[in-house]
Design a binder for this molecule. Structure first.
Ligand code: AMP
Length: 491
């Protein structure tokens, strides 16, 4: 693999990224084997998974003889059109949507990654974060490897390319046995689709059937859109190899002491119409809202959700408390991540673009404002003040998960520990900062009680600080020297 010439800004970004002790990637993955419209189906699957990553996306397809790829920054609907999809022929394809924090926003980090190995071409789409990626990377670089991205997922490709095992499946398994952390993967070889989950089962991955073809998707909402039958979810540590229409199951890894499915997938990240491990996300969120109402009752006139994240929990809260649910703040769904701010004279412009209060409903009212979580506190600071300006007499914040005290190292985008408001302030301190009359978080015990309906173990490290895979600082990254690219014709 050759590294593209990097601009100085690129190299500095690369340095910054590598200085971070972990990467934050949120992603959705999709794969199809044996369908005449594989790329089209993958496009639709990614469309349904767009909430899992809005920064870049990509599809790799295979005819069995040739492979094709298109990756770009942007949303699925903007990146792929009819003409692009026509150029991705073949009966097999995989796709990826990705979001990462600022440092990693580069096309070169867009997935699927692909490489030509002496065992044939291989493309990989990865959801999750690896906790020993820097260590492996340093080791491989020390032996002459050249990395072309800054994403942790590339170590899987690099290890696979170097593995001494025979077949690509064996090489993949060899490579995955060396990485630690979270991975749900779809892998495309010339003629096979491979899907795999790490032994802890941090991230979801479902299997489905469509007109005799096999499909794999991060969430069942993607299977619904394409009209596929949900077959089952992959087990933690399971690898399935689908070739010539037949599926073979392997369980090559040492099992983890317990399953550690990400509880935050249920609380916030997954779409409410998805079923994770057979549990409908919508019903679970509603139960969180009900439990929250029992734990933190308060006399009020309205239950108002922060749309869309607090919507389902607010419905549960309203049903349990008997207080009417009203969408007294409306969300504009067409807001992109960046927009041009006007002069400073328009105050709170940013928050008004996304949410606006329905004044007529709020005058003189005691409001319970429900959201799923508080990260830095930015959203609630703005929304509580917006409700008051719109005439609310009292504002009571209710959060359908416990205080977020730890960052995620396994695939949810969270800021550093220091930036988490619940890590720096007491619950009453947070109440004061956001300007609410009262605040109530769901207790950890309440979360565990609601989660008794789940038929599997889960990771709640962001709330309990109990990390199932130890996360240590991996030490400083190796020194990179900078090449300054000069402009032709400059004086
Ligand atoms: P903050 O404004 O920083 O307190 O963030 C809280 C808001 O962000 C809530 O409305 C959450 O639903 C939402 N949120 C929580 N976790 C994430 C995440 N990983 N990515 C994007 N939004 C999130």
């Amino acid at each position: 693999m050759s590294r593209d010439l990097l601009t100085l800004a690129d190299q500095q970004a690369l340095l910054r990224e590598r200085e971070a002790d972990h990467f934050h990637d949120e992603c959705g993955i999709f794969g199809v084997h044996g369908h005449p419209e594989a790329a089209n189906i993958t496009y639709l699957g990614l469309y349904a998974l767009q909430h899992r990553g809005q920064e870049s996306c990509g599809i790799v397809s295979s005819t069995g003889r040739e492979q094709f790829v298109h990756r770009a920054m942007g949303l699925v609907a903007d990146v792929f059109g009819e003409k692009t999809l026509e150029k991705l022929p073949g009966r097999h394809a995989i796709g990826h949507v990705r979001y990462s924090t600022a440092g990693g926003s580069h096309l070169r980090n867009a997935q699927p990654f692909y490489a030509t190995t002496d065992g044939g071409p291989v493309a990989i789409a990865h959801n999750g974060n690896l906790v020993n990626a820097n260590t492996i990377r340093r080791e491989l670089e020390g032996r002459g490897a050249i990395f072309s991205t800054t994403a942790d997922s590339e170590v899987i490709v690099q290890l696979l390319a170097r593995s001494r095992e025979q077949t690509l499946e064996e090489r993949l398994i060899d490579s995955l046995s060396r990485v630690k952390g979270a991975f749900s993967l779809v892998v495309l070889t010339r003629d096979a689709l491979i899907a795999a989950r790490d032994p802890h089962g941090f991230r979801p991955l479902s299997l489905g059937r469509l007109d005799g073809a096999w499909v794999a998707a991060s969430e069942t909402c993607a299977l619904d859109l394409i009209g596929a039958e949900h077959e089952r979810d992959l087990d933690p540590g399971e690898v399935v190899v689908i070739r010539r229409g037949r599926l073979r199951t392997l369980r090559p890894f040492t099992p983890a002491p317990k399953e550690n499915f990400c509880i935050f997938e249920y609380i916030y990240f997954a779409r409410p119409d998805s079923n994770l491990n057979g549990q409908n996300v919508y019903s679970y969120r509603k139960e969180l809202g009900r439990m929250l109402a029992r734990e933190h009752p308060v006399a009020a006139d309205l239950v108002v959700p922060v749309l869309d994240s607090g919507n389902t929990a607010a419905l549960g809260f309203a049903e349990e408390s008997g207080i009417p649910y009203e969408q007294a703040m409306i969300r504009n769904h067409y807001v992109r991540r960046t927009f041009i701010e006007p002069a400073q004279s328009i105050r709170h412009f940013g928050v008004k673009v996304k949410h606006n209060a329905v004044r007529g409903l709020l005058q003189g009212k005691r409001v319970i404002l429900v959201d799923d979580s508080i990260v830095r506190g930015t959203t609630l600071i703005k929304l509580v003040s917006m409700l008051r300006q719109a005439g609310a007499r009292e504002v009571h914040a209710r959060i359908s998960s416990p205080p977020t005290i730890g960052p995620c190292y396994y695939g949810i985008d969270t800021p550093t520990r220091e930036e988490l408001i619940a890590n720096q302030h007491s619950v009453d301190g947070i109440r004061e900062i956001i300007g609410a009359d009262t605040i109530g978080y769901l207790s950890l015990e309440g979360l565990h009680n609601v989660s008794k309906s789940l038929k599997h173990g889960y990771c709640d490290a962001c709330f309990s600080d109990n990390y199932p895979i130890p996360v240590s600082r991996e030490g400083p990254p190796p020194q990179l020297s900078l090449f300054r690219e000069i402009e032709e014709g400059g004086s």
